[in-house]
Write a protein that binds this ligand. Structure first.
Ligand code: GLC
Length: 602
């Protein structure tokens, strides 16, 4: 507590670095659309008009040859980000950390991980990004800390000190076993024994990530201090990690057994426990109110029906990342070996529900990738799909739905999954856990590795592919994780020169979206709902509209032109990922080619 308060006041006294938090972005609108946008989109917040971009810091750009991406590396790539219409970069955690979960195990919220640079580098990044109209969004990991955090070290010393109640400690059951049967999200018991205290502590994730006790007001205030410290530094917003788990149910009772070890998924037992919104309202009041920042909560398990409590004027965040369209094959299960499959109709339903739920209340962060999920080309398209067409097809949806698009690094290049030979080649601790869970559940080693190939978080964590040189321009040293073997053919340099690349497509569509009232402000209506291959929707603003049609299948797909409301001879194909039919009259088309994506408008 004392350390936190002292640090905060020291920063407040030297508050000359307050730069980004109270200003509106001045990102220029697409000049073509400027006239209409200034009146209509003018009333919107800066973060509703931009593209956001997630940077997995370990893998973006190394500047000092240590094999890990870093802050100065990001500084050197700001122009690249601007070329994609990026107005906010969400950095995965950059704080001091033992890196057992690559930064999601924070040892000190007030210092920068030495692998990534220094606090001076961070200040420089915030300032330089701000000058280019890019805000830096910090990842607040507030459900848990690292077990190497001073708070936890003190808490685990004994049952009677200032920090004793900062984590969730419980006595064993009478037979000495864990307090209940909850299984952590990364596998194994959610409780770990501590010799000194002769008690168990709870961890939703790995045992090195003990959960904080949000019931304790000192803990909450210390976390608000952290967030305010970063606002004072100039952060433009926060991504709130694993936020639906912060409140635990009071009973800590056993859950229904769902595995062969007699355990019960902790997610189901603790997600969105009643009372959680009281804490988050307090966070909003003590941190966010009065600052021109945005918040986006990582809220796996919030249904579209509940969105109204989470976002919007009466909600707690500006946006939440819900997972309804990301976890379609899991049907509530968290373990990879329980995954099933899904149809395009499931994806259409999930996206439309979220679009509707945020139509008049709150705002939607559009995303198909992040550092915890496989690459979207592998996730949403059948094996063997042309990655360039598929990457552009999904990019079309990403950049035309209603909300703020969050591009994940490499998605704009059409990067795809990796498939390494052995589980030992993987770095991600969850991949190793899920592999072991599959083996325990009776799958063969080969089958267990297949689950890892399909879902490993390392799929999206391989280093960024900048050019065709050794290690793709990511590092001059040894990369912390091997690159995807296709980097000589798929990289930003080549794609910048190629007008038909995924990157060029993202740049074109981002330019079109910027300042475009229909895409930024217009309403969303799904079209051709019964079509099994095509996802179609219109965006409508005033009397103007755009129609977006995307064939997710690998075959020609027919559609009913009139069903999509296309009858006007003024409507033309404005964009096509095949490129050969742009400018054509829209009502003349009766089908889409494999993976074809088009945008129709006047
Ligand atoms: C979030 C992060 C993930 C991390 C976990 C534990 O889901 O996105 O990467 O492992 O929380 O902090």
């Amino acid at each position: 507590m004392k350390k936190t308060a002292m640090l905060l006041s020291a920063i407040c006294l030297t508050a000359t670095v307050f730069s980004g938090c109270a200003r509106t972005s001045d990102i220029p609108d697409n000049p073509k659309n400027q006239q209409s946008s200034s009146e209509a989109a003018g009333s919107m917040k800066w973060w509703q008009k931009i593209n956001a971009y997630e940077i997995y810091v370990n893998s973006f750009q190394d500047s000092d040859g240590n094999g890990y991406g870093d802050l100065n590396g990001i500084r050197s790539r700001l122009d690249y980000l601007s070329s994609l219409g990026v107005g906010a970069i969400w950095l995965t955690p950059v704080y001091d950390s033992p890196m057992e979960d690559n930064g999601y195990d924070v040892a000190d919220y007030y210092s920068i991980n030495h692998r990534y640079g220094t606090m001076e580098d961070m200040d420089a990044l915030i300032k330089e990004a701000d000058e280019k109209g890019i805000k830096v969004v910090m990842d607040l990991v507030f459900n848990h800390t690292s077990d190497r955090n001073e708070w936890f070290k003190r808490s685990s010393e004994n049952r009677d000190n200032e920090y004793s109640d900062w984590y969730i400690w419980r006595d064993p059951k009478a037979d000495g076993s864990e307090p209940n049967n909850w299984r952590s999200i990364f596998g194994g018991s959610a409780w770990t024994w501590n010799e000194k205290r002769q008690q168990y502590y709870l961890h939703t994730f790995a045992s090195s990530q003990p959960d904080l006790n949000w019931e304790n007001p000192d803990v909450r205030n210390a976390l608000y201090d952290v967030a305010n410290f970063w606002i004072d530094k100039g952060a433009g917003g926060f991504r709130m990690d694993a936020i639906p788990y912060i409140k635990k149910p009071s009973g800590f009772s056993d859950g229904p057994v769902d595995d062969s070890e007699g355990r019960s998924d902790i997610h189901k037992m603790t997600v969105n426990t009643d009372g959680i919104l009281d804490y988050l309202r307090e966070f909003k009041e003590k941190v966010c109110v009065g600052h021109d920042i945005f918040t986006v909560g990582e809220a796996n398990g919030v249904s579209p029906d509940d969105l109204k409590y989470w976002v919007g004027d009466n909600g707690v965040f500006d946006m939440i990342f819900e997972f309804n369209h990301m976890n379609l094959e899991f049907d509530g299960a968290e373990t990879w070996c329980k995954a099933g499959s899904f149809e395009l109709s499931d994806l259409k339903k999930a996206l439309t529900e979220s679009q509707k739920a945020t139509a008049s209340n709150g705002w939607y962060p559009i995303y198909f990738e992040n550092h915890d999920k496989p690459r979207s080309i592998n996730h949403y398209f059948t094996e063997g799909s042309d990655p360039v067409l598929a990457g552009k097809a999904l990019g079309t949806v990403l950049l035309t739905l209603r909300g703020t698009p969050f591009i994940y690094q490499g998605e704009e290049l059409g990067l795809t999954n990796v498939s390494w030979d052995s589980i030992d080649d993987y770095n991600d601790l969850n991949s190793k856990s899920q592999y072991n869970i599959a083996i325990k559940e009776g799958f063969s080693e080969e089958e267990a590795l297949d689950f890892v190939h399909r879902f490993s978080r390392d799929n999206a964590r391989t280093p960024m592919q900048w050019d065709g040189s050794e290690n793709s321009g990511f590092t001059t040293g040894t990369p912390w994780l091997p690159l995807n073997g296709n980097y000589k053919e798929v990289n930003a340099e080549l794609e910048s020169e190629d007008k038909s690349s995924v990157l060029s497509w993202y740049r074109r569509l981002s330019g079109f979206r910027r300042g475009n009232d229909i895409l930024i402000k217009g309403e969303y209506n799904e079209l051709l709902n019964d079509n099994k291959d095509i996802y179609a929707f219109e965006r409508k603003y005033s009397s103007a509209r755009l129609v977006i049609l995307v064939n997710f299948s690998n075959k020609d797909a027919d559609f009913d032109t009139e069903g999509a409301g296309i009858s006007d001879d003024k409507e033309k194909i404005l964009f096509s990922n095949y490129g050969d039919n742009e400018g054509k009259e829209a009502r003349s088309i009766k089908n889409l080619r494999p993976l074809e994506a088009i945008i129709i408008g006047e």
